[in-house]
Write a protein that binds this ligand. Sequence first.
Ligand SMILES: [Zn+2]
Ligand SMILES: [Zn+2]
Length: 123
Amino acid sequence: MSAKDPGKLDRVIAEARRAAEKRERSYREQALKIYPWICGRCAREFTRANVRELTVHHRDHNHDNNPPDGSNWELLCVYCHDNEHQRQVEMARGGGGPSAADPASTYTPFANLKELLAKKRPK
Ligand SMILES: [Zn+2]
Ligand SMILES: [Zn+2]
């Protein structure tokens, strides 16, 4: 009678893990219902076939903060999500990271805009 069920702790852990997974699935489903299936960074569009590459990012990085209106969620593709957290890590370090090696920081979408405009200019 005095011996405690040795499997109890395991069960509790398994249950907690299951609850966390369930919670994750449910906020993901919620977010996918609220927001269009588009990455908030690179604007890549997703369909049922590849939606598993679309992830839910927490704006305040607190996974327990899941307001039902979705205000703390942002849909990001796995790559941009990775980038987002990488940047957070670098900021936490004091911004002294290897920024030259980061393609995101050197990406300039309008670098050739001048060129394009010059080409289009009528004579
Ligand atoms: Zn993206
Ligand atoms: Zn995130």
